[in-house]
Design a protein around this ligand. Structure first.
Ligand code: GLN
Length: 472
């Protein structure tokens, strides 16, 4: 029954409604459990996965990044400090998926607390890239991306603070969407950088992503940052018509250091758009070079403040100790991994009296300049096209000892989080070594429809998404 596993989300929903969902669930359970020891995409499978074909989604399986709370299920953020923590409520996106009739299939591996671009900081072992098991799947939503790419699930949820949906999508050849900041409720998402975090889908096709966006988006009174903006039917946008669409290529995104095969592939994608009747323009986003530095000031500040709640009192791990102070120290020392400690230290430093103005405040000011770059650019163009990641999937261990090299993996994805705009990654080709390449599309705030339309037109024209890893 592995044929069922290569279905798209949309196709599977159709079949589940006609013939029942149980054969589909059985097929995925078999395949995912067989592959997981090799790939480590799942930290655990759902104990309650049962077929309930009612609802728009027909009971088909979807997997969830392990930083989104599901009532009664352990959630760890791939950290030892949260081990055995069981939230007593559903995140809003989970409620929405349940109401739509999805089967929550399993919880996906990730970088610890979503700190990373490779899934190597997981306390439960790295996740591997289905296209080459010696390589990383990207991060931090690496387990979500790998599970979709390896046909271990039909679709997944991830979260994106600086690229964590888009970069693993690119490295695994799946579609990954970061919605506009405020589009999707973060109630029940364990926070990393609260002014950046967004939940979004990872899927096999753009249409599958649009179907999930219809379910996930919308105002939530439980999240004060969620937007009242009206949610259109995103599937209606998928017309395949990009005639007259203005697409910008930012010159600052085609720089030294980017793999020439990736640059070539994205430039070829621009030619495809031109052939389809879109207008390609070179644009400038002049403050791009400051993005990574600004992000690693502001995001670590927010992270250190968000992680303050993990002290051994209310959640997960508690180290035995002789007094309260020692308990705090011991719990955090044992519970947090290396990268989490680094971020808490950096964040605490940039927020400390005397440095706050020099770092955090200045970072926020440059963030405004970066947002204004996009506002200006979107007066000239409707969509911005760039690479998603400067390199294809790198080897496990290759960048683990060099945090700066790792941080630079996010150079093209971070600006959209700083500006709050929607952005996505779409498979656009392969390197000569057979590794996936993704291209990034960005759009005006709340204009996911135009972004998805552009992505879908390219995907249907080229069919890049049809190629699958062999997993021999
Ligand atoms: N890789 C980036 C970081 O390490 C982004 C992570 C994310 O989007 N969660 O912070």
């Amino acid at each position: 029954m592995t044929g069922l596993c290569s279905l798209t989300f949309k196709e599977a929903i159709g079949i589940a409604k006609k013939d029942g969902v149980q054969p589909i669930l059985d097929a995925f359970q078999k395949r995912a459990q067989a592959l997981n020891p090799k790939i480590n995409a799942f930290l655990r499978f759902s104990k309650t996965a049962s077929a309930h074909a009612a609802g728009a989604l027909g009971g088909v399986p979807i997997s969830i990044k392990d930083n989104i709370c599901i009532d009664g299920a352990e959630v760890t953020c791939a950290s030892k400090i949260l081990a055995k923590h069981v939230p007593p409520y559903d995140a809003t996106v989970i409620t929405k998926l349940k109401n739509a009739g999805a089967t929550l299939f399993g919880q996906c591996n990730m970088d610890e607390f979503a700190f990373g671009s490779s899934c190597e900081t997981s306390a439960f072992g790295p996740c591997r890239n289905p296209w080459d098991l010696e390589r990383v799947p990207g991060g931090s939503s690496g387990g979500s991306a790998a599970s979709v790419a390896a046909d271990m699930t039909l679709a997944a949820l991830g979260s994106d603070t600086g690229g964590s949906i888009r970069q693993p999508a690119a490295l695994c050849s799946v579609v990954g969407v970061k919605p506009t900041y405020g589009r999707v409720s973060r109630y029940g998402l364990i926070a990393f950088g609260s002014s950046f975090d967004q939940i979004g889908p990872l899927t096999k096709t753009v249409e599958d992503a649009a179907i999930l966006m219809n379910i996930l988006c919308g105002h939530d009174p439980k999240d004060s940052t969620s937007s009242p903006e009206k949610v259109p039917d995103f599937t209606q946008a998928l017309t395949r018509n990009v005639k007259g669409l203005k697409i910008g290529l930012p010159k600052e995104y085609f720089i030294e250091g980017i793999d020439p095969e990736i640059e070539k592939s994205v430039r070829q994608a621009a030619e495809v758009y031109q052939k389809l009747g879109a207008e390609i323009k070179t644009i400038s986003l002049p403050h791009t070079e400051y993005s990574v530095a600004v992000y690693y000031v502001v995001a670590v500040a927010e992270a250190s403040s968000n992680l303050g709640r993990f002290d051994g009192v209310e959640y997960g791990l508690r180290a035995p100790a002789k007094d309260l102070r020692e308990m705090y120290f011991e719990t955090r020392d044992r519970g947090f991994g290396h990268e989490a400690k680094r971020r808490v230290l950096l964040g605490t430093f940039v927020l400390s009296a005397g440095y706050y103005e020099a770092y955090y405040l200045k970072g926020q000011k440059v963030r405004t300049l970066i947002r204004q770059d996009f506002e200006k650019a979107f007066k000239e163009v409707d969509v911005i096209l760039s690479p998603t990641s400067p390199t294809a999937a790198f080897k496990i261990g290759e960048k683990a000892a060099d945090p700066i090299a790792m941080y630079l993996s996010d150079i093209f994805t971070i600006p959209a989080n700083l500006a709050g705009i929607p952005a996505m990654s779409v498979p656009c080709g392969f390197t000569s070594g057979g590794l996936p390449i993704g291209m990034q599309l960005m759009a005006r705030p709340f204009d996911e429809s135009t972004m998805l339309r552009a992505a879908h037109a390219f995907e249907q024209e080229t069919g890049v998404y049809k190629k699958k890893p062999t997993l021999n």
